[in-house]
Design a protein around this ligand. Structure first.
Ligand code: MN
Length: 254
């Protein structure tokens, strides 16, 4: 199996290393990761600046590159230019922090996987639901390997990616796996006001996750209950129900 690994936490992130170690035994691994942390950069790409690419050595990896760009840049340039052979799978993560509900729209981790899909390659994103500095990535890495060993069973169709979130606990304590839909996710007290040395206010985005009512089959509910959440996402954002309605009931004329 030929796998491209990317992330949004940067080339030095422990989650990337854990994922590489877990997937190396499964086949040929390439790595393309941002030089700096790019969390929250979503699916942005670099179009007005040059993209610097530097080779990087990682034991047991066929080729690794540090990319001076966004997570989507990493996957785009790796698949479109740097790697001469076709990849079977793009794997992104392991992100330091969960990507649940509307997080997926901001997430560089999910966007790196989404870029794989755009480039015609099935993709899976992994995130660990912990912001702890010394978060243990091993359970998530172990599940990633287990899932990817048999990824063809997931039957990922073109245009789709799989978003995986793992609760922060030892593998043996995980309750199981749930197939989920995106839940509700919002953050309270989002902007903290501070003052610079000249007394001018500036703002720092932070915010804590608000505890919201969730459907039982959502990703948020699954992770909260100690289950690994597996959500299939479709990059076709068309709302087909409304489209049908418009076509039937609201003919527009010029
Ligand atoms: Mn991140």
């Amino acid at each position: 199996m030929k796998i491209l690994i990317a992330n949004d936490d940067g080339i030095r992130a422990p989650g990337l290393r854990a994922l590489i170690e877990a997937l190396k035994p499964l086949g040929t691994v390439y790595v393309a990761a941002p030089a700096r942390e790019q969390s929250g950069t979503g699916h942005s790409i670099t179009v007005r600046d040059p993209i610097r690419v530097r080779e990087y050595f990682i034991e047991g990896v066929k080729h690794a590159w540090v990319i001076g760009g966004t997570p989507a840049d990493c996957v785009k340039i790796a698949l479109g230019r740097l790697i001469p052979e076709k990849m079977d799978l793009v794997v992104s993560g392991i992100n330091h922090g969960s990507n649940l509900g509307s997080d997926v729209l901001y997430s560089g981790t999910v966007s790196a996987a989404a870029e794989g899909v755009i480039m015609g390659c099935p993709a899976i994103a992994f995130s660990l639901d912990s912001y702890d500095h010394n978060a243990d990535m091993s359970a998530c890495a172990r599940f990633a390997r287990r899932l990817i060993e048999d990824y063809r069973a997931l039957d990922i169709v073109p245009g789709e990616l799989i978003n995986v979130n793992v609760p922060p606990m030892p593998y043996e304590q995980l309750k199981g796996v749930r197939f989920t839909k995106l839940g509700r996710r919002s953050y309270g007290n989002l902007f903290e006001e501070r003052r610079d040395p000249r007394g001018t206010p500036y703002y720092w985005m932070g915010g804590a996750v608000e505890d919201e009512a969730q459907d039982d089959d959502s990703d948020v509910a699954a992770v909260k209950a100690g289950y690994i959440s597996v959500t299939p996402l479709n990059l076709d954002l068309t709302d087909y129900r409304t489209l049908e309605l418009y076509r039937q009931q609201r003919p527009l004329e010029i």
